[in-house]
Design a binder for this molecule. Structure first.
Ligand SMILES: Cc1cc2nc3c(=O)[nH]c(=O)nc-3n(C[C@H](O)[C@H](O)[C@H](O)COP(=O)(O)OP(=O)(O)OC[C@H]3O[C@@H](n4cnc5c(N)ncnc54)[C@H](O)[C@@H]3O)c2cc1C
Length: 530
């Protein structure tokens, strides 16, 4: 059903942490003519969707939290429920619910060069028009469920960890978990003691590293949230994680430290495998033959003990097919099952057809989805040449393998809002579009830096790399400090400035061009400053 368009100065897509951050920053700058479009029926994001048993953060909440929004977390590594509580606390504290429209699945973004406006089409027929788009639709938001031969004939329940079906009881049932990444390492120990039988279909070995988790006492929660103390604590956690980056990126002076860190983790994993895994073949399979960090490391102390349980089996032969009653392994064994859980991860930038959940048409009708399929490029992971006034949070090569993604997200959101402020400040500016030469230089330098990381040189797959070309598209080769520093200031000079036509500028009817709703359908001649 075609509906009348609704006009806003800014459309934010998504209501995860980065969407909330964008809304807070816009409000703070008195730019509150915005709407947040969310495909879910509630606001949220990662911690609304990933409600599977055992879901929790793998970076301490002292750092995996928004720097200026303290919260009295009960645990060092919070479970999903507490992170969802934190999300709702932010929404209510900043009064963001009134800006959100839920059940609005964005299907298409189309930039109209003449108007200098983005037309946003939603699957249910609503249309929005906005001058700026802040795309916070997430990078690990689109679950990847591989098709396995026979899946459609299975008579039990099957679902992805990010779409956990809470109406299906798993207690006393025969459950298969497919996958061996972070979600599998969390869900297996969470349900193992309650199911009748659990079979883990394990893929590649993972770097499993120790984790010092604990509950905070009420005194500690109070004290560590006091201003000053909170900042010092956050800095210590930040520094600890930042040092780990040395293990992932080769700096000339730190090669020996890097080797030392890796050897410590290898020794620890070997020792724990000896302790918990009796089967020689499985123990060997579980010792990674690739560099530490090539895939996301898994900090857990509960996974290996769970695998050692009598009611838990691990299959490394692979899946031949799914049958009506279970899974047949490549060794010909039939495993009877009631539930199949896909802990198989997300698309990220590994598959560009699925990574963006909507089509983006920029200047002159160019299509971001097909361009990124060839090469996922951007400027600083935030803007893309040919897509004026479009800001992508968590764009290509902005992921972290060693620290909190929230540090990166805050930086990207701040940059986007600074850019919007700069455009608004000069009323003659219609839009900004990053200079393609500068973008190319940025991409070249970034790729050169990637060659110094384990993600490019190690045997790294998972969501870090693009399926087709093997290029690393998800992770940033920068330390967090460098990432923040190089995006702290917004330079208008990095952008082609598209100006309103002089005739419009002098029009007496127009008091304010940027963001003026009356102007949204007006035509203007584009002047490009190259
Ligand atoms: C299971 C899991 C565990 C993680 N653990 C960690 C961790 O320990 N440490 C860490 O640093 N990072 C972790 N991450 C990364 C995590 O993605 C980020 O930390 C952060 O939560 C991302 O926030 P976001 O707002 O950018 O995206 P999201 O939280 O993914 O939010 C995106 C929002 O956009 C909405 N959306 C998507 N497409 C559309 C559309 N077409 N129309 C409308 N709305 C749309 C989605 O519904 C969602 O609400 C984890 C991710 C997952 C999935």
């Amino acid at each position: 059903m075609e509906m009348d368009a609704q006009y806003f100065e800014t459309v934010i897509i998504g209501t995860g942490f980065s969407g909330l951050l964008a809304a807070i920053r816009l409000k703070k700058n008195s730019l509150d003519d915005f709407v947040m479009l969310e495909r879910g029926s509630n606001m949220g994001g990662t911690w609304r969707d990933n409600s599977y048993p055992g879901a929790e953060v793998d970076i301490p909440t002292g750092l995996y939290s928004i720097s200026f929004i303290p919260y009295k977390f009960k645990k060092k590594y919070s479970p999903q429920s507490e992170l969802l509580e934190y999300t709702n606390y932010i929404i209510d504290r900043f009064d963001l619910r009134k800006y959100a429209k839920t059940k609005q699945t964005v299907a298409k973004l189309i930039y109209n060069d003449g108007e200098g406006m983005w037309h946003v089409e939603v699957a249910s027929g609503e249309r929005y028009v906005a001058r700026f788009v802040i795309d916070t639709s997430g990078v690990l938001a689109n679950p990847k469920t591989p098709y396995i031969d026979g899946a459609e004939v299975f008579s039990g329940a099957q679902f992805h960890t990010a779409q956990w079906d809470h109406s299906v009881p798993y207690e006393g049932k025969r459950v298969a978990v497919i996958g061996s990444g972070c979600s599998a390492a969390q869900v297996v120990p969470a349900i193992a003691s309650q199911v009748e039988k659990l079979t883990l279909f394990m893929g590649k070995a993972q770097w499993i590293i120790p984790r010092a988790d604990r509950n905070y006492s009420s005194v500690e929660r109070f004290v560590t949230n006091l201003p000053g103390i909170r900042h010092v604590r956050r800095f210590i956690i930040f520094a600890y994680h930042e040092v780990r980056f040395i293990a992932f990126r080769r700096y000339p002076l730190t090669a020996n430290i890097s080797k030392f860190i890796k050897s410590l983790y290898a020794r620890n994993l070997r020792k724990n495998l000896e302790k918990y895994i009796d089967d020689d073949k499985l123990r060997q399979h579980m010792m990674p033959d690739y560099e530490l960090g090539s895939r996301r490391v898994i900090p857990t102390n509960r996974y290996l003990p769970a695998l050692a349980r009598d009611n838990v089996d691990v299959d490394i032969s692979g899946i031949e097919k799914i049958t009506p009653t279970g899974i047949r392994t490549k060794e010909g064994e039939d495993i009877p099952l009631d539930i199949i859980v896909y802990a198989t991860g997300f698309f990220a930038y590994s598959n560009m057809k699925k990574a963006l959940s909507f089509q983006v048409y920029g200047s002159g009708g160019r299509n971001l989805n097909s361009e990124w399929e060839v090469e996922a490029v951007s400027y600083k992971g935030i803007t893309v040449s040919g897509y004026p006034n479009y800001f992508k949070v968590n764009g290509p090569n902005t992921g972290t393998g060693h620290s909190s993604q929230l540090c990166y997200m805050e930086t990207m959101v701040n940059y986007a809002v600074k850019a919007i402020c700069a455009v608004k400040r000069d009323k003659s500016i219609k839009a900004i579009d990053v200079r393609s030469k500068l973008q190319n230089e940025y991409v070249t330098a970034m790729k050169r830096d990637l060659k110094l990381t384990v993600w490019q040189t190690g045997d790294c797959t998972a969501f870090y790399r693009k399926n087709m070309t093997g290029e690393v598209t998800s992770l940033s080769p920068e330390s967090v400090l460098n990432f923040i520093y190089t995006r702290k200031w917004f330079h208008l000079g990095d952008y082609n400035v598209l100006r309103w036509a002089p005739a419009l500028e002098s029009s007496t009817e127009v008091s304010e061009i940027p963001g003026d709703k009356e102007m949204h359908t007006g035509d203007a001649v584009v002047v490009v400053e190259a």
